[in-house]
Design a protein around this ligand. Structure first.
Ligand code: ARG
Length: 618
């Protein structure tokens, strides 16, 4: 049962004269402080303001009419016109009794189950995954689990970048620089070496090419003097000679062209390139799978860019036929309100691109699953692309499903620039996960010297991966965040380890008391709400469904992490103040055991939705 929803329905029905029911209902919120009750209805102030009436008087009327029984008595009026709702203790105990017996922890089936396609992770396959991939993978996985837990139908789609220019680079590298022995020993390592070789040739030394390029464009444009002056200025204090710079830039241009040719040949169906692609792909996929398995991430489909290639020509001709796509400077484009730059669906060299592929993907998803909601869990830097994409798709006729770019910010290093290794390379995901586990091992060794080493290794894997995932998911996804081992491994505060520890502590109560939690569940003892700490925990336990549905509607897993953190805090206060095994009476003991068990189940379930496991001891 979603308590917040119920209260909103009740207050909507009691909207004061002249107020808008939807707005009035949605102004009901959980209270931030138990002083103000458990929930607050804050809508009277704006109704009063709009009508020039005293909001306290309006609140009086609402308090007299709103039907909250049996959940709560009439609300209290506070301050300028707040209505504070306090759930009744007898209702709390009775509702918790039902919750304890409910395998679904109070989550109701939705009135209408939605079909949701979630496009996430979606890495470019020819290079090893790096730290930047963690966010899409972890956020997308969590949203998938949250939607599924609410009873919606979820299709998890890994839209692999398996067709782009990166393959042109690998093909060029393979044809010119391959080391077959290295490939036989470790195919992915060799392919990524070739990829990096192509990249560093095309973009020599940081901004080197960008810096000097203008010297040559000026010269090529007949502006010899300006070119020479610019070179003199740029090369001042370096040992760069015009010849050496020219050689490097010529090479960069040559290789860039060559890789483009390789990509174009692959797309055009060239037999050799196609065969190489087919040879490389399984190795690339295997490397990705190893990471997904470790992270506990699974997809329903892996429909990468290559899958849509045969559909691209049809997309362009359809857009043309509908008069949406037009010729512009040799390319075929759609003009949008979203952006000044036209949305290019066929480049001047005839090639289709990322945008065309995304349009084909929308059509395919609509025809295959007819989704209500299409989510793209992708870096915020692609915001402009998605804005234009959705606009074009709507004009094209795909206007009856909601499309959302679930954007996220960047992971920063301690210096607040994008997280890099000490040598300035991108941080490989595999090694990052290893490091997380070894950091967690230190914590486990320190805290649990009594565990067997084998057990400690197991706990460290779970705590380490949990720490990384939780650190990511507990951020408002739109912000950048600083990657900080110390903070994410802390046993105190809003961390994965703190929640895992709260769970383990609950298990230890049952171990210590030699009590089978299953027995408490089926005995379903009456729940007593004998003090504020018990009450705080009881109210928190009821809030799982509303937190989940808020996380789903706002597409923000951090709403769930905040909830779990507040639940663990409520438990911690309860555990400090209320003896459980040594409770005054057997009935009180059973009631508290039941609350503890329900807390454990809720924490395990909630962490599970974040893709985080729990352990019984740590
Ligand atoms: N492969 C892309 C990248 O790494 C992300 C793809 C996101 N999904 C999409 N349908 N465009 O930037």
């Amino acid at each position: 049962m979603n308590v917040l929803d119920r209260l909103r329905t009740a207050f909507t029905a009691a909207t004061p004269e002249g107020g808008d029911p939807a707005t009035f209902g949605s102004a009901v919120r959980p209270s931030t402080d138990p002083k103000f009750g458990d929930y607050q209805a804050n809508g009277c102030m704006s109704v009063g303001k709009a009508q020039g009436k005293n909001p306290r008087e309006i609140a009086q009327v609402v308090a007299g009419t709103v039907q909250l029984a049996p959940m709560a008595d009439a609300p209290d009026i506070a301050g300028p016109g707040f209505l504070n709702v306090r759930l009744r203790d007898d209702w709390l105990s009775e509702t918790l009794g039902r919750l304890i017996a409910d395998a679904d922890l109070g989550i109701d089936r939705p009135e209408k189950a939605l079909t949701v396609v979630i496009d996430y992770s979606s890495p470019n396959v020819a290079k090893p995954m790096h730290v930047g991939h963690i966010r899409s993978t972890v956020i997308g996985e969590s949203l998938s689990r949250i939607f599924a837990s609410l009873g919606h139908k979820v299709i998890r789609d890994n839209h692999l970048g398996d067709w782009g220019s990166q393959f042109g680079m690998i093909l060029w590298g393979w044809k010119n620089h391959r080391d077959e022995a290295a490939y036989a020993a470790n195919p992915v390592a060799e392919l990524s070496r070739l990829y990096r070789l192509a990249q560093s040739t095309i973009k020599p030394g940081g901004d080197f090419k960008a810096r000097y390029e203008k010297v040559f464009t000026l010269a090529e444009g007949g502006k010899a003097e300006e070119s020479a002056a610019l070179f003199a200025k740029l090369a001042e204090g370096t040992s760069d000679s015009l010849e050496s710079v020219k050689a490097t830039i010529d090479e960069a241009r040559k290789v860039a062209d060559a890789t483009r040719v390789e990509t174009a040949k692959l797309h055009a169906g060239d037999a050799e390139n196609r065969a190489l692609w087919e040879q490389f792909m399984p190795h690339c996929l295997k490397a990705l799978d190893a990471i997904y398995e470790r992270l506990g991430v699974t997809f329903d489909v892996h429909l990468g860019e290559s899958f849509y290639d045969p559909m691209l020509a049809g997309v362009v001709s359809d857009l043309e036929a509908k008069g949406l796509a037009v010729e512009s400077e040799g390319a075929t484009v759609v003009f949008t309100k979203a952006s000044k730059a036209p949305f290019i669906v066929r480049k001047s060299d005839g090639a289709s691109n990322y945008a065309t592929t995304d349009l084909a993907t929308i059509r395919y998803r609509k025809e295959t699953w007819s989704p209500d909601l299409l989510l793209y869990v992708v870096d915020h830097r692609q915001g402009a692309h998605f804005k234009a994409l959705f606009e074009v798709a709507e004009k094209w006729g795909y206007d009856d499903m909601r499309m959302e770019h679930v954007a996220f910010g960047t992971i920063l290093g301690p210096d607040r620039t994008p997280f890099k290794t000490r040598d300035g390379d991108v941080v490989g995901l595999e090694s990052l996960l290893d490091e997380a586990v070894s950091e967690a091992r230190k914590v486990v060794d320190e805290n649990s010297p009594d565990l067997e080493p084998e057990q400690r290794a197991k706990v460290a894997e779970i705590v380490g991966l949990g720490a990384i995932k939780y650190a990511d998911l507990s951020q408002n996804r739109l912000s950048d965040y600083v990657f900080d081992w110390k903070k994410m491994m802390a046993m105190n505060g809003n961390t994965g380890a703190y929640l895992q520890y709260a769970y383990a502590r609950i298990q230890s109560i049952f171990r210590k008391g030699e009590i089978d939690p299953e027995a408490i569940r089926s005995a379903n003892p009456p729940i007593s709400i004998s003090g504020p700490a018990e009450r705080g925990l009881a109210v928190a336990l009821l809030r799982l469904p509303e937190s989940l549905s808020l996380a789903a509607s706002e597409l923000k897993p951090n709403i769930l992490t905040d909830y779990l953190f507040s639940l663990a805090n409520a438990f911690s206060t309860f555990f400090q103040e209320c003896p459980v095994l040594k409770a005054e009476t057997p009935a009180l003991r059973d009631s508290r055991l039941a609350l503890a068990d329900l807390t454990g189940r809720t924490l395990r379930f909630g962490l599970g939705l974040l893709g985080i496991d729990v352990v019984d001891r740590m």
